[in-house]
Design a protein around this ligand. Structure first.
Ligand code: DX5
Ligand code: ZN
Length: 217
C-alpha cells in the first residue's frame, strides 16, 4: 500500500488558489490538507470557511481538514457544510474528546485527533478504537516551514503499536517539517500518511515533488 500524501494548502499562492488546487487535482496527491487556525489555540490566524469553500469548489479529492481552534465542538456542522471529509481536532482543545469524535461522525465525516509535540500517545488508549485518523504534529502547530522535531519518530513507533493492536484501519498521519528525508524516517517508523506544505509549494516543480513523496516506501 502506498503512502497517503496530503499537500498543505497553507503554503499555496492564495492569489491564485484555483491554479494550485488544480495542480493538486492533477498530481498523485490523495487529499487536500486544510489548516484552519483561530489565533487563540495557536499564535496565528490562517483562513476560514469562505476560503475552504473556494477550495472545495475546485477540488476533486477529499478535504483533510486540520482545525487548530479552541472549542471545536461549536463548529463541527459548519465544517461539514463547507466541504470537510475528514475533520481532525486537537486533543488539547477538547474537554470531552469522546463526545467530539462522536459528533464529527454523526455529521458523516471521518474523525481525527491531532497531538501536539508535548502530548503523549497514551492519552489515546481509550478512544483509539473510535478514531479514523491520528495526526502526530512534528512541529508546534501554527506555521508552515518550521523545523522537524525528531521525537515525533518515537511517537509514531508507539502509535503504530497501539493502532496495530486496537484499530489497524486507523490512519497514522504526520504533519510538520516533512520532506523526502524526514518522510522516509516517518514511514519506516509506521506512518502511512504525510502532510507536506512548504516542501511541496517551495519546490521548483510541486507536482514532481508530490510524486517523489508518493514513492517513499
Ligand atoms: C502547521 C500546519 C501544517 C503546515 C505544515 O501548523 O498544521 O499543516 O502547513 O507545513 P510544513 O510542511 O511547511 O511544515
Ligand atoms: Zn496541518
Amino acid at each position: 500500500m502506498s503512502i497517503i500524501i496530503s499537500p498543505s494548502v497553507l503554503s499555496c499562492d492564495f492569489g491564485n488558489i484555483q491554479h494550485d488546487v488544480e495542480m493538486i487535482n492533477q498530481s498523485q496527491a490523495d487529499w487536500f490538507h486544510i489548516d484552519v487556525m483561530d489565533g487563540v489555540f495557536v499564535p496565528n490566524i490562517s483562513f476560514g470557511f469562505p476560503v475552504m469553500a473556494a477550495i472545495k469548489k475546485h477540488a476533486t479529492k477529499p478535504l483533510d481538514v486540520h482545525i487548530m481552534i479552541q472549542n471545536p465542538d461549536a463548529y463541527i456542522s459548519e465544517f461539514k457544510k463547507h466541504g470537510a471529509d475528514i475533520l481532525t481536532f486537537h486533543y488539547e482543545a477538547s474537554t470531552h474528546v469522546h463526545r467530539t469524535i462522536q459528533a464529527i461522525k454523526a455529521e458523516g465525516m471521518k474523525a481525527g485527533i491531532a497531538l501536539n509535540p508535548h502530548t503523549p500517545v497514551n492519552v489515546l488508549s481509550e478512544v483509539i478504537e473510535d478514531l479514523d485518523l491520528v495526526l502526530i504534529m512534528s512541529v508546534n502547530p501554527g506555521f508552515g516551514g518550521q523545523k522537524f522535531i525528531a521525537n515525533a519518530i518515537n511517537k509514531v513507533k508507539e502509535l503504530r503499536a497501539l493502532i496495530d493492536a486496537k484499530n489497524p484501519a486507523c490512519v497514522l498521519e504526520v504533519d510538520g517539517g516533512v520532506n523526502l528525508e524526514t518522510g522516509k524516517q516517518l514511514v519506516h517508523a509506521g506512518a502511512n500518511a504525510l502532510v507536506a506544505g512548504s516542501f511541496v509549494f517551495n519546490s521548483g516543480n510541486p507536482k514532481e515533488t508530490i510524486a517523489a513523496l508518493k514513492e517513499i516506501h
